[in-house]
Design a protein around this ligand. Sequence first.
Ligand SMILES: Nc1ncnc2c1ncn2[C@@H]1O[C@H](COP(=O)(O)OP(=O)(O)OP(=O)(O)O)[C@@H](O)[C@H]1O
Length: 598
Amino acid sequence: MSSRASVSLHHMIWAQYRLPFLKVILLNLINAAVSVGIIAYINQTFISQPVFNTLSWSSLGQFALLVLLLLVTTFVSQYALTRLGHKFVYELRTKLVKQIIDTTVPQIDHLGSARLLASLSSDIQSITVAFVRMPELVQGVILSVGVGLYLGWLSLPLLLIVMFWIAMTIWISTLLVKHVYTHLTKLREINDALYQDYQSIIEGRKELALNQHRAQKLYTDDFLAHAKSYEKTVTKSDTFHLSAVNWSNIMMFASIGVIFAISNYLGISMGIATTFSLTILFMQSPLLHAVGAYPTLQTAQVALDKIQSLELAEYQPLFRTDNTSQHWQTISLTDVNYRYNVSNNSVSNASDNASDNASDNASNSSVSNSNDTGAQALIAKDSDHSGNILKDVNLTLRRGDVVFLIGANGSGKSTLAKIITGIFTPTTGAVTIDKQPVNSQNNADYRQLYSAIFSDQHIFKQLIGRQGRQPDKALVNAWLHKLDLQDKISVADNQLSTDKLSQGQRKRLAMLIAVAEQKDILLLDEWAADQDPAFRRVFYQTLIPELKALGKTLFIISHDDGYFEHADRLLLMKEGRLIELNAEERQRASKDAIAMLA
Ligand SMILES: Nc1ncnc2c1ncn2[C@@H]1O[C@H](COP(=O)(O)OP(=O)(O)OP(=O)(O)O)[C@@H](O)[C@H]1O
């Protein structure tokens, strides 16, 4: 992840689509040439003729052919530009989603789903609209240049005066359009707030149903305020836009008067003045559409800026599917500290980079100091623990261990679980696998060792087996029964029939998915808390030994003191510090966990 400078839309198109864009420009030039040809034809065949009866059927036929040619070239050039635009939007959308997949969990947590969904829907939509309107802008500009050249050939002084007139018109129009941009930027911010409201309304539906005061407050104070602000801002923005279009429209009409007045003054022929006027009328629609299309490009620029401000991971086309060695023996945490970034700015990203750096430093140092440290990663010590959730945590997990972690609420157990699995990187300190430091380069591979079930687990209905292959049907079927789900769930084509289950059943389903993955390490964060007492016993007394027999290393966060005896090792987390309990302490914890946690 890096904070990248904002890239403008046209730079992006130019950098990535230079050739197709040049092709589109060429097609538009041909189209402009045909348009100029028609004007010249009208001028020579119709306007310059003294009387109408000199017109022949053949000249009318030629005119009809030119019109047909204009129709074809207009269609082809617009089609080419539209295709290019939609290709750009497709690539932007697909890259954005891959970047979200590759971005670190803390950064995604920090951004929140409302902001991301706003970008995926409204920003992409804005950019699409801009591309739908872009043909009008490009054609308007190219046509103006082509027509200008022809008019200049007819009368340079008259062209210069008309150009001055149009330039003044466009300059004042641009001043108005600047206000449009300011309001569009504001609108985009309001859109984020609106998405936040939608999210609260949908996700908090149960709480709102139970408390109409809260529903009214949310609706009135938040949603209505944002909706009103959107209405006001969009009205202002559209008013400036309308003013710009009307101003340009009327000034174009007025230019016809100017053309005749100046022609009269400069002694320019009536024929040339009529051709100029006709051309201005011909140009009015494309030029106004071009002016009208401009704000959509500005909206797209606002959208692109917004997407870039998310500071997502760099785009990588590939997925990291090469797994870390299957023959690992130990995973160690050495002097690990972790601090959440709670600021509103996007510094959690910076913190995450810092974390990556800490790990990277550790890896470099571990190489250079390997003699002194016995191949352990060098650990950056942070003497100031203020704000640290994990404090100088040291732990070595051995292959095949069944480790239970206990601790009071908020002591840092889940945070430690995320550090162990590589979802979070330590603020300082190091994670090593077989003395090999885990850093930003190998973290994605390292994470593939784990299946984990966290409290807010998402259920994917697709079952996946070892290393992304087909799941082992016999294993899935056996565990469907072990988890007592055989009457609720069926599996067809590796798809689970439903995820509409009770909380405890959902957790069992998550276990089925995890077992099917056949990963080396299974991490369970208070998995048993949602199970009824009977199944809780099955879990500790039957399932854990079976998982161990499958060769898994188990890291289990638990509050069930009645079952601590099933652990090979018992760890205690106390205010961010990790302690391993000895035999006597384990006895005490099993008898009186409350005293132990205090
Ligand atoms: N996203 C976050 N941002 C900031 N602070 C957080 C975040 N998540 C957790 N914390 C803080 O970190 C501390 C440890 O949280 P953690 O979830 O690791 O505790 P826990 O031991 O798993 O608790 P529990 O038993 O209640 O699940 C808590 O004080 C919490 O306030």
